[in-house]
Design a protein around this ligand. Structure first.
Ligand code: OSB
Ligand code: MG
Length: 376
């Protein structure tokens, strides 16, 4: 039985080792909401809310998610005993629209709790089969093509299997050409992510990118669009991968039926947690659509959830699950996340649950607000 008696929300602030710029804004520091769920015998389980400081990726942001979690998600989770973590998502959906990142933080913590109670690794609880995850890096928009090439080459040398370059109008063809010229023919696959920076009027311009044999172009058009991507995909040789638009399994089916993309980036936070992530994974598998696990600059806790999810069989492309040192001077978990020279992150299979230990002293030292919700 999954019976939570207390939920603790903490906001931590962690400076990024390098600023991260995407088409819609820049982040120098991550404000992250962590969820700790404690059950009736004192087992602690953890989740991470991936909402950013600003509503520039999807509508949620950390302060909206905080209210959603404190006033709506936590009271629901605390009001009931669950037999199985699969029951959590449908229960949270009842007369409660949206707020997927807030819901996911709790839903994923419930999977951690279930795995800890069963004494098995989260990856196995989810149905994962992989022992290591191929890893990609997401490189933010740089000041010049030269600066980008330097970063991309360094990443290839570190062993990253996939190099994702953030693009926006004015920071695209020249930048991608420079990387293609320097890295073409190496093992690292190059892709781009536009985070909605283009419209259908840019189709001719985007076609220029076809010559670079990119692994994919991620979310070129509007954050909530599927139909226009299907028009664009017909004109592009480069496979489109949807990120922002896929907020649940129904949108994934829309993409498949409308041929609006050929790949899906699954971020569990974006789709309300693991149950929907698994449903999207399974649907894509049935339709021969590869998936990969995206990232949201997570701390070591959210990273643990992503690594566990990425161990499922249809995660056939490298995930944005870079090692801790790519983001933080010091992570909040032990051991920190590392990547081997061939670009793999190991799935922790030696401990129940998320597989890393929370460094509580470190968490407390970076906590800027904390609220606790108890069962009525
Ligand atoms: O579009 O994938 C994205 C980070 C913040 C918001 C959106 C995105 C990203 C990333 C980060 O690309 C990838 C990572 O966590 O390494
Ligand atoms: Mg993206």
């Amino acid at each position: 039985m999954l019976k939570v008696t207390q939920a603790v929300l903490r906001e931590i602030q962690l400076p990024l080792v390098q600023p991260f710029r995407i088409s819609s804004g820049v982040e120098n520091e991550r404000r992250i909401a962590l969820v700790e769920l404690i059950n009736e015998v004192g087992i602690s389980a953890w989740g991470e809310c991936v909402a950013g400081a600003a509503p520039n990726y999807l509508p949620e942001f950390i302060d909206s998610a905080w209210i959603a979690m404190r006033d709506w998600v936590a009271p629901r989770i605390l009001s009931r005993e669950f037999r199985d973590p699969r029951e959590v998502h449908p229960f949270l959906e009842r007369n409660f629209r949206g707020h997927n990142m807030a819901k996911a933080a709790f839903e994923m913590a419930m999977w951690d709790l279930a795995a800890k109670i069963e004494g098995i690794p989260l990856a196995r609880m989810l149905g994962g089969t992989r022992e290591k995850i191929g890893t990609g890096i997401s490189i933010g928009i740089q000041d010049s093509p030269e600066a980008l090439v330097k970063k991309a080459k360094a990443a290839a040398n570190e062993g990253y299997q996939k190099i994702k370059v953030k693009i926006s109008p004015g920071n695209d063809v020249q930048f991608v050409r420079a990387v293609f010229t320097e890295l073409g023919g190496t093992d690292a696959h190059v892709m781009v992510d536009a985070n909605n920076a283009y419209s259908l009027d840019d189709a001719e311009h985007l076609k220029i990118l076809d010559q670079f044999d990119l692994l994919m172009i991620e979310q070129p058009l509007a954050w909530d669009d599927v139909r226009q991507h299907s028009i664009l995909q017909k004109q592009l040789r480069t496979p489109i991968c949807l990120d922002e638009s896929i907020t649940n399994v129904d949108r994934a089916l829309d993409m498949i039926e409308l041929k609006a993309g050929k790949i899906i980036n699954i971020k569990p936070g974006r789709v309300g947690g693991f149950a929907q992530s698994k449903a999207i994974h399974d649907l894509c598998q049935e339709h021969g659509i590869p998936v990969w696990c995206g990232g949201m600059l997570e701390s070591g806790i959210g990273r643990a959830h992503n690594v566990a999810l990425a161990s499922l069989p249809n995660f056939t492309l490298p995930g944005d699950v870079s090692p801790s040192a790519r983001y933080w001077k010091k992570d909040i978990v032990t051991p920190e996340w590392t990547m081997d020279a061939r670009g793999f992150v190991k799935v922790p299979l030696d401990k129940p649950g998320i597989g890393v230990t929370i460094d509580l002293d470190r968490v407390e030292s970076v906590t800027v607000r904390k609220e606790s919700v108890r069962a009525a």
